[in-house]
Design a protein around this ligand. Structure first.
Ligand code: PEP
Ligand code: MG
Length: 581
């Protein structure tokens, strides 16, 4: 039995045999071969080398014919590696000494080469990493091409062990077959993690090297609550976890009973609990869990699911479905927040061009640079606004001028609809995500130009602390319990209140029970979160008094370190909700 600890991002227990995907989503079914299979595996190495060499030679000749010898020289490095006797020998030795399968030996050795090139200081060597990657892909295609993993067509329940999963891959996981997943990469609020929670799949991320620890077919337990991954568990551990799984389901049912009770503190202070969705069909899950509406609709998932760019009609239909399912309850439709870890291939954007994706052309910036796409969405939201209680929200506003530009385009879209005689709500409420430190600093000014704020702590934490939210290597630095973050949240809530602007919080912090008493104490009365989190948050709200939360907030605001704050909030939560243990 081997136990590994990672970042818990989606609670629950999953127990099933593993499917292991490497960085290129190739499924390395087996790491080791039996001794009598070793010569066979070595033969596979040779065959793959010959096939890859022939392919690259053909590619080089064709390129030379069309673009000249100089351009074709880019393949010299590939051929140099594939023809190298020492490279071949290294692969054969690795198979022989470790009893590795050919595919596993290729992936191990190519990763070692990539690391070595990355460590070299000269940029020219760094660039070689991509070539090594390319060679690896080519060889694996010959070795495993026929079993390149397709997560859409699994026949048995599995847990997926992957180097990384993109948000769109996560969105497409078949919930009936994929019981849980674990990744080498990722952070607490990466969009892959957010989706896992919203789909309700137990998940642990940021394990660094889990893909080389687990072999395909190994029995694995994922403890998404504690962030543990247990490979080849003992009988005793297995039994324990089967029981824990059942207890968690029971706890979930107990919380379900809260659905129709109000989110109200012991002294009668009313709080609004809303759901975050990525797809219209999630509205029903939110309502079943007790949401009073949708506080954040991440519309960019319309792009991440399909192969083609959504049309105005596609946008409209998705919004109509969500609004109709809500039966008059409110919905905040956020305009496209593409880019960063939600790649915008659909917009023809090349993720490779973004050296600092979270600081690059993402979100509202991408929309203001692609006005036609933005306008199509604005028109669809406006048209859908007559069907229900719709608000529109702009993400990642970092400058007042950005908001003005977005509002100006909205006014243009309204004029166009007027000219075409198409109905929409002229008084549609307009708000922004407050998720950059500059927006916090300017929140007094911004408040004069909007109807509401929604605090996006997922991004606000990363930009305030300069910590990439999706990077496992800096994950311990990423925390909402940091005093700087808490001061920012307090400032936004206070300024919004002073200026009569509605304020909610829709980052993952809203669904983390540890933060509920503090946020109440800071004056927050509107929370938007993944539907799975709603009952537990409601339970906490129903067990506290305003006075108690205000005292806690004052105490926390005197603290200077995230550790101290974390311990204080955790102790308080466990006092209020001991069942959460
Ligand atoms: C946030 O940043 O807190 C947020 C809710 O938006 P997203 O996670 O989609 O960036
Ligand atoms: Mg955000």
């Amino acid at each position: 039995m081997e136990v590994k600890k990672g970042i818990p991002v989606s609670p629950g227990v999953a127990i099933a045999p593993a499917v292991v995907l490497d960085a290129e989503e190739y499924r390395i079914t087996q790491r080791t071969a039996s001794p009598d299979e070793v010569p066979h595996e070595q033969e596979h190495v040779d065959l793959a080398l010959v096939a890859a060499r022939n392919e690259v030679e053909e590619l080089r000749d064709r390129t030379s014919e069309h673009f000249g010898r100089e351009t074709a020289a880019i393949f010299d490095f590939h051929l140099g590696v594939l023809n190298s006797e020492s490279f071949r020998q290294k692969l054969l030795d690795s198979v022989e000494k470790n009893s590795y399968t050919a595919a596993y030996a290729v992936s191990q050795i190519m990763h070692e080469y990539q690391r070595r090139f990355l460590d070299m200081r000269e940029p020219v060597f760094n660039d070689r990493v991509k070539d090594v990657y390319d060679i690896e892909k080519r060889l694996l295609r010959h070795l495993l091409g026929h079993i390149r993993e397709d997560l859409l067509h699994l026949s048995e329940p599995v847990v997926v062990i992957a180097h990384d999963l993109t948000p769109s891959q996560t969105a497409q996981l078949d919930r009936s077959k994929v019981l849980g997943f674990v990744t080498d990469a990722g952070g607490l609020t990466s969009h892959t993690a957010i989706l896992a929670r919203s789909v309700g799949i137990p998940a642990v991320v940021g394990l660094n090297d889990i893909t080389s620890t687990v072999s395909g077919g190994d029995l694995v337990i994922i403890d998404g609550t504690k962030g543990l991954v247990i490979c080849k568990p003992t009988e005793e551990t297995l039994e324990e976890y089967e029981e824990t799984g059942e207890r968690l389901i029971e706890f979930g049912h107990e919380l379900d009973e809260l659905r129709d009770l109000p989110a109200e503190t012991l002294d009668g202070e009313r709080v609004e609990l809303l759901g975050n969705i990525e797809f219209p069909h999630e509205v029903t899950t939110c309502l079943n869990r007790g949401a009073e509406g949708i506080g954040l609709y991440r519309t960019e998932f319309l792009y991440l699911r399909g192969e083609t760019e959504p049309t105005e009609a596609d946008h409209y239909e998705a919004y109509r479905d969500a609004i109709e399912a809500l039966g008059g309850r409110p919905i905040v439709i956020r305009t496209l927040d593409l880019g960063a870890d939600k790649y915008a291939q659909a917009l023809g954007e090349d993720p490779e061009r973004e050296r600092n994706p979270f600081l690059g052309l993402r979100s509202i910036r991408l929309c203001l640079a692609n006005v036609d796409i933005f306008k199509a969405q604005l028109r669809a939201i406006l048209r859908a606004s007559v069907l229900g209680h719709v608000s529109i929200m702009f993400p990642l506003i970092s400058k007042v001028m950005e908001l003005r530009q977005a509002k100006w385009l909205l006014a243009e879209a309204m004029e166009d609809l007027d000219e075409e005689g198409i109905e929409y709500r002229k008084d549609i409420r307009v708000g922004i995500m407050v998720e950059t430190p500059s927006a916090v600093a300017m929140s007094g000014t911004l408040a004069r130009e909007v109807d509401f704020f929604s605090i996006g702590t997922n991004d606000l934490i990363q930009y305030t602390l300069a910590v990439d939210r999706a990077n496992e290597r800096v994950a311990p630095l990423y925390t909402g319990a940091d005093p700087a973050v808490i001061r920012f949240v307090r400032d936004v809530i206070h300024r919004a209140k002073r200026q009569g602007v509605d304020c909610s919080l829709c980052g993952e912090m809203a669904g983390d029970p540890m933060f509920t008493p503090l946020l109440l104490g800071l004056g927050l009365r509107k929370f938007s979160m993944a539907p799975t989190d709603i009952p537990e948050i409601k339970q906490i709200i129903r067990r506290v008094t305003t006075n108690q939360t205000q005292k806690l907030a004052r105490r926390v605001l005197r603290m200077e370190s995230d550790r101290e704050i974390y311990n204080c909030l955790r102790d308080e939560m466990l006092r209020i909700l001991p069942e959460a243990m």
